[in-house]
Design a protein around this ligand. Sequence first.
Ligand SMILES: [Fe+2]
Ligand SMILES: [Fe+2]
Length: 234
Amino acid sequence: MTRDRTRAPRNHQARDTFKPERRRAGSRAASSQPGTPSVPENPTLNPCDDPRIAPHCERVRALVTPKRWAHILRVAQTADAIAEGNAFADDARHAARLAAILHDAARDMSDAELLRLTPARSDAEAHHPLSIHGRAARILAERWGVTDARVLRAIEGHTYGVPLGEPVGMAVYVADVSEPGRGVNDDIRELAKHDLQAAYKRAVESKVNYLRARGKHVHPTTLEVHHQIAAEPS
Ligand SMILES: [Fe+2]
Ligand SMILES: [Fe+2]
């Protein structure tokens, strides 16, 4: 049985794993937590230095814990490295950074807050409101004026997956599950720097296999993506 390392086991679709840390976001603190690499993906990148992204940084930072914010910055750095490695055009690279900054905007909200933003669409979602934090973050991003469909789909899709052929969404998905602070999925991160689609397939397959092996619910959107991957010639 292959262990899926894309998600922590306790709360299948959406539970992220973090250790408390009190460092100020935007510094290199994100890379200095116990058990994490000393060098982040792109230590010189702070997407919040970009005036187009800075207001969103402030909004997100006000909604999440410091440790979450550190994770978010690492995801942005990793997504940017993936975008660079896969020769994204400048606008797509910017979209990946912005989506990464926004992807967990709702991750620290209470169940009630999440459900107020976006009602559950199934019993599974009703039982695990945390699993809708990607959709909730998309709604926040729209309220904050984000209109780029690639960004919005990537934000929402970071929990359930995005269709193959959406490079921005795939980059954010892979960056989220493999950023160095996770301490897992280094192979997926390295693969993603030169073959994003292969890395994305590996990440989704690993997740679905993990959930199925434990008899856990697999969200219909994740299943759709998985079927698409299975039908794709390798
Ligand atoms: Fe998330
Ligand atoms: Fe995340």
